[in-house]
Design a protein around this ligand. Structure first.
Ligand code: NAP
Ligand code: MG
Length: 512
């Protein structure tokens, strides 16, 4: 049996050879104390076993937190520019391994290679950005109200941070959490989604290879209730960063609040794209296809509602549907494929259920709606790109996050009407407007109540140095990306240095 320190023995089954991947705790690759594992399957072809992962339990999480707590004592004292150098090295290693990691990601979660390359690239961009921040953890100095007294505010790390990630951006999202946390001097325990542990594992491996000291980053794979929940109540965890659904997010936030943990929630979306009569229609159609069907519609920022002004409504639908029908669905490892599978069977069933719901609500199914299961596709969770038209904004398909390749096209009278439809929703993550009228663009930038607005681009395409997150049920006010992440992973300490050699009383010693 082949062994290596990273993965342990290779299991040779009758039809498959799959690596066993371990947890990384205190700088060691270790098995779960549960003795149990789970399989990571390729959703494009479930005959392909991507790997076998540890099914961790509370004792594993506790061990990881204890290691992170020990490591924190030293890591917080490493100068931030030195911490940043390690992150910079990780970026360079990610570049070298980009193609392998992209292929791993396509195998474990199905999105097409050009998108998984983008996901790994996002981790690289994030690493370069936060490496730069290592020399920029600025705080204010400000005049004191008293003479011979110096006042400033410095950023302090929080301590051990617990992180729980979703499966749709399995390297990018963990990088948004781990890298700013590390540069600020925190130590981390991360639980990846059960559907995509390998990509997060690859990121942690890079960090370890780049020189992150033992115990500073720990990964514990497993299911949410077993390997995620124990972080939420643990007294030694000071912050929780969660990305996932709004329903799980509500539980996470409520539980973490009991022990006053800092808690960042990045949750669901139901993102509108508005197309006005004066829009460049070619551009809007192109953007609307990419926004709705990229990542099989499984992006929190996916374009799931297209709100089109009446003057171009018919033409938009005709041309959009024509193009949607031409999208090639299949295994994302094939470079000619446009759209991969749903992440798992449960998600596919849910997507198909929404097709039924839309039809029963009276929306017009213009294309798609079926599972694709001919030939090799029957081994995966494939579905046609699906377009509903004449959707009423109150319908469930226009209100609920589907998280699949199902888009609702809604007619509107004008910009004001479109904004009303766009905002009248539980979520507030991303939004988009296609117009050539600068006045309308600026009005929409002001009035769309969402964390992100694109003008003449679809609802997807965030860059790592800008704030990422949303309003209402999309989150609790924090932002990932850019300086928002530094804000979350540090806390302020105000420092006063009195060099007057006498007791000075703030607010009381005044010369009136
Ligand atoms: P999810 O079902 O909420 O799961 C997210 C993570 O939470 C997974 O790691 C999951 O573990 C874990 N989890 C589940 N129940 C838990 C519990 N009781 N305690 C602790 N952890 C628990 O979401 P998902 O299906 O992975 O991702 C899709 C959702 O994420 C969509 O709603 C999407 O909009 C949202 N999302 C938001 C953003 C954003 O930044 N706003 C970005 C991407 C995705 P297991 O999977 O192992 O059970
Ligand atoms: Mg998988």
């Amino acid at each position: 049996m082949a062994t290596d320190t990273l993965t342990g023995p290779t299991i040779v089954g009758s039809a498959t050879r799959a690596k066993v991947y371990k947890n990384f705790i205190d700088g060691e690759w270790v098995e779960s104390v549960s003795g149990q594992t789970f399989e990571n399957l390729n959703p494009a072809d479930t005959r392909d076993l991507v790997g076998i992962f540890q099914r961790s339990v509370k004792a594993d999480v506790d061990a990881a937190i204890a290691a992170a707590k020990r490591a924190y004592a030293k890591w917080r004292l490493v100068p931030a520019p030195r911490r940043a150098e390690i992150i910079y090295r990780a970026a360079e290693m990610l570049i070298e391994r980009k193609e392998d990691y992209s292929r791993d990601m396509t195998r474990e979660m199905g999105k097409v290679l050009k998108e998984t390359r983008g996901d790994v690239q996002e981790a690289i961009d994030t690493a370069y950005y936060f490496a730069g921040e290592g020399r920029r953890l600025f705080g204010p100095t400000t005049p004191s109200e008293l003479p011979n007294k110096f006042a400033m505010a410095i950023r302090q790390p929080l301590g051990v941070c617990g992180m729980i990630a979703p499966w749709n951006f399995p390297m990018a999202i963990p990088s948004w959490k781990l890298l700013p946390a590390l540069v600020c001097g925190n130590t981390c325990v991360i639980k990846p989604a059960q559907d995509t542990p390998l990509s997060t594992y690859n990121l942690v491996k890079v960090l370890s290879d780049a020189g992150v000291p033992k115990g500073v980053v720990n990964i514990v794979s497993g299911f949410g209730a077993d390997a995620g929940a124990p972080m939420l109540e643990h007294p030694d965890v000071r912050a929780i960063s969660f990305t996932g659904s709004s329903s799980v997010g509500r539980t996470i936030g409520t539980t973490a609040a009991q022990s006053f943990k800092h808690c960042s929630l990045e949750l669901g979306g139901k993102n509108p794209m508005i197309v006005l009569d004066d829009a460049n229609l070619d551009l809007a159609i192109e953007g609307g296809l990419w926004g709705a069907f990229g990542t099989t519609g499984q992006r929190c920022t996916a374009t799931s509602r297209i709100i089109v002004q009446k003057g171009v409504y018919s033409e938009f639908i005709e041309r959009y549907v024509e193009r949607a029908k031409q999208l090639k669905v299949g295994n994302g490892l094939d470079e000619s494929i446009d759209m991969g599978p749903a992440i798992n069977e449960r998600q596919l069933i849910s997507d198909l259920k929404y097709v039924e719901i839309g039809q029963s609500e009276g929306a017009r199914l213009k294309c798609g709606g079926h599972r694709l299961d001919s030939g090799d596709l029957r081994h995966g969770f494939f579905m046609e790109p699906t377009v509903f038209v004449d959707v009423n904004p109150k319908m469930r398909i226009a209100q609920e996050e589907i998280f699949g390749p199902v888009v609702s096209i809604i007619p509107c009278d004008d910009l004001e009407d479109a904004i009303e439809i766009a905002n009248n929703i539980e979520y507030g993550l991303s939004s988009a407007l296609y117009t050539r009228d600068v006045n309308k663009a600026f009005a929409a930038m002001r009035d769309l109540y969402a964390g992100i607005t694109y003008i003449n681009a679809p609802t997807i395409g965030a860059e790592v140095h800008l704030p990422f997150g949303g309003t209402k049920a999309t989150g609790n006010g924090h932002r990932e990306g850019g300086l928002g992440a530094i804000e979350f992973y540090s806390e302020w300490k105000a420092v006063y240095v009195d060099y007057s050699d006498r007791l000075q009383k703030a607010q009381i010693d005044r010369v009136d």
